[in-house]
Design a protein around this ligand. Structure first.
Ligand code: HGY
Ligand code: MN
Ligand code: MN
Length: 424
């Protein structure tokens, strides 16, 4: 499976991937997934938002859903997303090879536009599914060519007027477990379990000045938006350091973008994340203040637009600790193991108080990366398994996980599915 996916959408020039939603490479990834489902006799379901689900219909009751995403950031690595989808299919293969049958349905999800690389809002598919974004706003999101999400999905058989929450589908899901390559440098065992996702968001800064000639315009006559933009980037970094968070400006757009033309407008996107919401808001405020001050000095207007914000996600403790025991403890016990408090099938209301998992469990760690599991966590008990990333590099071609650790991830997910779907 891995070898089949690997060449799809790889940009030979940079070695990374460019699998933007509903562009040919990502459509090819979707076709690959549908083919894998068909080969396994899994029932394919596409929701109204462009998310795909492959169901192992067995047993009864709320399903155990796993999976991840197949779209990438520009120049992304091979593992972010696909590792969770391939591992889910491989786990089903292992369970079937053992002759094991689930007592509740198992699903593999491929969520649309998780990176938000084309339409600007991360986890767009899972946010639509769970009602976390206004469908009208989603419809009007534009890609770099000015095409709207509504226009694009209409070309692929979806009704833009029908996008939005899928309460029936959500009602069929008992819990969601996403396996993902770890994207930091904190996991030193083959497999870990997520405790939380820190608050994070994306803001667009528009700097508007006056286009002019690079050679004939005196400095005193310029209204150059590039200067307050530059101040803003440095202020974001200083704010991050001051407030214990991180800030990145990785994407800009310069109009007109000529070497010998003073720009009329510069647009920059700020990605800010921090230990709590206040820290994130302070980073953004510091950035905007510096931008506006410099803007006033240069006759440049500065507009800030919040494009998305995700509050802290604390994953379901019972599910988290249950996974930590399964993954890190002795080989998964048979289905007779009494379900611990707050069994996965329970609602979010039965969250136990804080309790340390038993000895010999898998490492439990937070992440600074957003995930569909973080979005689903608002509606169904959700958890994440992390596979060790030796360098921690991600969202870059060098992103890598060792084959042995990937196989440990498959074994862990297999044990988790067997435990969660093995009980009535
Ligand atoms: O940006 C993120 O944290 C995730 O990779 N979408
Ligand atoms: Mn990512
Ligand atoms: Mn991801």
């Amino acid at each position: 499976m891995w070898a089949e996916l690997l060449p799809i959408g790889r940009d030979a020039a940079i070695g990374g991937y460019r699998r933007f939603s509903w562009t040919p490479p990502e459509l090819e990834c979707r076709a690959w997934f549908r083919d894998q489902a068909r080969r396994r006799g899994l029932r394919l379901e596409a929701d109204r938002n462009g998310n795909l689900f492959a169901w192992w219909d067995a047993g009864s009751g709320p399903a155990v859903l796993t999976g991840s995403h197949l779209d990438s950031v520009p120049g992304g690595g091979a593992f972010d997303g696909p590792l969770g989808v391939v591992s889910a299919l491989a786990a089903i293969d292992r369970l079937r090879a053992e002759g094991w049958t689930p007592r509740r349905p198992i699903g593999v999800a491929v969520f649309a536009e998780e990176e938000g690389a084309r339409f600007g809002v991360a986890c767009l598919g899972s946010r639509l599914l769970t009602g976390a974004i206004d469908p009208a706003r989603a419809r009007s999101l534009r890609d770099g060519d000015g095409r709207t999400f509504g226009e694009v999905i209409a070309e692929h058989g979806l009704d833009p007027e029908a996008i939005g929450p899928e309460e029936d589908l959500l009602g069929r899901i008992g819990c969601f477990v996403e396996l993902h390559i770890e994207q930091g440098r904190a996991l030193h065992a083959p497999v870990g379990v997520a405790s939380a996702i820190i608050p994070h968001g994306r803001w667009r800064l528009d700097f508007t000045g006056r286009g002019d000639h690079a050679g004939t315009t005196r400095l005193a006559d310029r209204r150059d938006p590039m200067l307050p933009f530059a101040r803003a980037v440095l202020a974001a970094r200083d704010g991050a350091a001051a407030h214990g968070g991180v800030a990145t400006v990785g994407k800009t757009a310069v109009v007109p973008g000529g070497v010998n033309a003073i720009p009329s407008r510069v647009t920059a996107w700020l990605d800010a994340r921090g230990p709590d919401e206040e820290a994130v808001r302070r980073i953004v405020a510091d950035t905007l203040q510096a931008a506006r001050r410099a803007g006033a000095d240069h006759g440049v207007s500065v507009e800030l637009t919040e494009e998305s914000f995700t509050a802290v996600v604390d994953f379901d403790r019972a599910l988290r600790d249950r996974l930590a025991r399964i993954v890190g403890g002795p080989p998964a016990a048979d289905a007779g193991t009494p379900a611990p408090r707050g069994a996965a099938g329970g609602g979010a209301g039965d969250r136990p108080g804080p309790h340390a998992p038993d000895a010999g469990t898998a490492p439990i760690l937070p992440t600074g990366a957003g995930h569909d599991a973080g979005v689903l966590a608002a509606r169904v008990p959700s958890a994440m398994l992390f596979v060790r990333n030796p360098t921690g590099v991600s969202h870059a071609p060098a992103e890598h996980a060792e084959p042995d650790d990937c196989l440990a991830g498959v074994a862990a997910l297999t044990a988790v599915l067997k435990d969660l779907a093995g009980e009535e």
